[in-house]
Design a protein. Structure first.
Length: 201
């Protein structure tokens, strides 16, 4: 365990973490921000120049509750502070609407992203397998049924994708591989807890 203060990350409260800080109780941060599931828009949202927004692709795969594998290139929106870095990394994980998952557009969480960029973070917002343009790849986060739910494989599938994104971004020279914050909204919040349980270093 590494003892420290979140003052290093722009806040002033104590924390203990294994080289990363996880905000599983996402309501503390994103609860104050209007919940948003970015559904598909007629035209693509322009990239924001102030936050050096860019879109990258990260190859990922996940297995559902029946052992079926889904694979594809995740759409990851990045926001970056000015300068060369390296900067600590924040990954924001989106929620879920089962009936509208095919309608999801590129995820941004712009107000939260702007907050973290001002604090000196690179922000990544991935769109996971089973959503938006990747809906036809399968739905690895399907928990089977409400009467006999199988949450473990669904959360494992989501968390594996988060880990894949983190590992890919840690190869960038503008990302500090030793400083990480995971957070999310709704199912994204539970995904954050599951990803932390995997022991992302």
């Amino acid at each position: 365990m590494v003892a420290g203060s979140v003052r290093q990350l722009g806040w002033s409260m104590p924390f203990r973490a294994c080289r990363s800080v996880t905000l599983g109780l996402c309501v503390a941060i994103l609860g104050a921000i209007r919940p948003q599931l970015a559904l598909a828009q007629p035209t693509a949202a322009p990239l924001d120049q102030d936050t050096r927004e860019e879109v990258i692709r990260v190859a990922a795969k996940a297995t559902d509750a029946f052992g079926r594998e889904a694979a594809g290139d995740l759409v990851v929106t990045l926001f970056r502070p000015a300068g060369a870095g390296p900067f600590p990394l924040v990954v924001i994980n989106h929620g879920r609407s089962s009936s509208k998952r095919a309608e999801y557009g590129r995820q941004r969480y712009e107000s939260a992203a702007r907050y973290f960029v001002r604090k000196g973070f690179v922000v990544a917002v991935p769109l996971r397998l089973g959503y938006g343009e990747l809906a036809d790849k399968g739905d690895p986060e399907e928990h089977v049924s409400c009467t006999a739910p199988r949450y473990a494989p669904a959360l494992r599938a989501a968390a594996e994708q988060v880990r894949t994104v983190v590992e890919a971004l840690r190869q960038r020279p503008d990302v500090d591989a030793g400083r990480l914050v995971l957070l999310g909204q709704s199912v994204g919040g539970v995904t954050t807890v599951a990803a932390s349980a995997m022991g992302i270093p």
